[in-house]
Design a protein around this ligand. Sequence first.
Ligand code: ACO
Length: 463
Amino acid sequence: MTHRLETFFKPKSIAVVGASANTTKIGNATLKNILISDYDCEVYPINPKEKQILGEKCYKKLTDVPNDIDLVLVSVPAKIVPQIMRDCVQKKVKNVIIISSGFSEAGNHELEDELKSIIEKTDMNVLGPNVMGYKNSADGLDASFVYGKARKGDLSLISQSGALGIGMIYLANNEFVGISKIIGVGNKLDIDDDDLIDYFAQDPDTKVIGLYIEAVKDGRKFMNSIKRCKKPVLVVKAGISEAGARATASHTGSMAGSDKIYGAAIKQAGGIRCRDVVELFDMARALAGQPPARGNRIGIVTNGGGLGILLTDACVENGLTVPKLSKTTYKKIDKILPDLIKPNNPVDIVGDAGFYRYEAATRALLEDSNIDGVIVASVHGGYARPQEFTGAILKMIRERKLHEEYKKPILATWVGGKEFEDLVWDLKSAGVPIYPSAWRTARSMMGLYLEGQRLKREKKKGN
Ligand code: ACO
């Protein structure tokens, strides 16, 4: 059955109410974004004064448009919005995005209640008010007023904060994390986080779902949508400190709620809690490209002893283990190491390690049935060539056969300078999960482990 939000994300016709010829206005930016989208649909600007905007025929009222309208974006001052919503009801519009602010977030609860009563007896899907809209990179449609394009990919993001959501688009681009859809939920008059999780759960263009939330309206519905979802759901929950909860109340007018209760409920539902949006992107990159870890036993390969210890500590602190090597693995690795060093986990392949030592040690760990995931680390040593590390990583991580053979994740970490950083950009742009800190790498591995645990539970239940 087609999901009720299908025409919301893939409309055949769009109207912009409050479209403007004035390039400083949100109604102009919104219309322009739709027109420059790589997306085929009918577009109707609505403005009582104009005949044409950006080359498109303009209508005075929504009800003047002769054809059906799948999606309406509203960018007029709050007090006019109820009338526009009545026009939408009359025109039998299926989906509406209310960009306008000035409702409950500004203490104007009566105006928001009026919108609620207008749509109450309809099956209209309404996003907002007080939202940026969405960018659907998978299909090429930009239904937002926000400047800039999101890189196409597998992550769908839901943000309760408009500005942070916008920031996340640019951060994702910087981090080479591809976005399928990004959407702001604002005051959640109708479309809520759980509706969007349900939609993304069945969306073939979404592999991983990420959320920034301050509070949810209906905790049970929210948790059930995560529970139903067969894809990884990453949640950044803000307002966890007393002062943060105070800031939440004044930002979106919502109650942050008990952090412990949220934490336990998200975990029980099978979601993965992230500390911040950078961690969300870290984990998303790992989950979109790597198989989940079937257990928590991690093998570490490093050319620097210190980095190996930092990784070990970070793994252990995040519920992972770094077990001793089996006899077989010990023997395999002993053969490739110089005489001065004996194999251990972390496996120190020493500062002069080149391409072959990285690859052979990693393969030995992947072959070990006591190891569920591998972290490959490199420090920019005086005589170790970074290209050999990055070359080995690229080959191993992208080599499909390796994953198909062992079904174990590989993550990478590095510590170094400019020369290294340039090479890391290449890796990131190829989708390689590589991180500039032991902690971030271990947390991402933890995400893969938690996803592995969730899948195990699903399998047990027969799903
Ligand atoms: N039907 C169609 N168009 C109309 C109507 C109507 N009934 N009435 C007025 N208009 C036109 C206006 O004439 C104007 O067009 P013009 O430039 O040709 O004159 C256009 O609609 C817009 O109306 P303005 O009164 O000029 O309003 P303005 O564009 O200044 O502001 C807006 C409207 C952007 C919705 C503003 O009220 C607002 O809410 N701003 C905040 C939006 C926001 O930040 N949302 C949250 C985003 S998420 C985040 O936090 C980043």
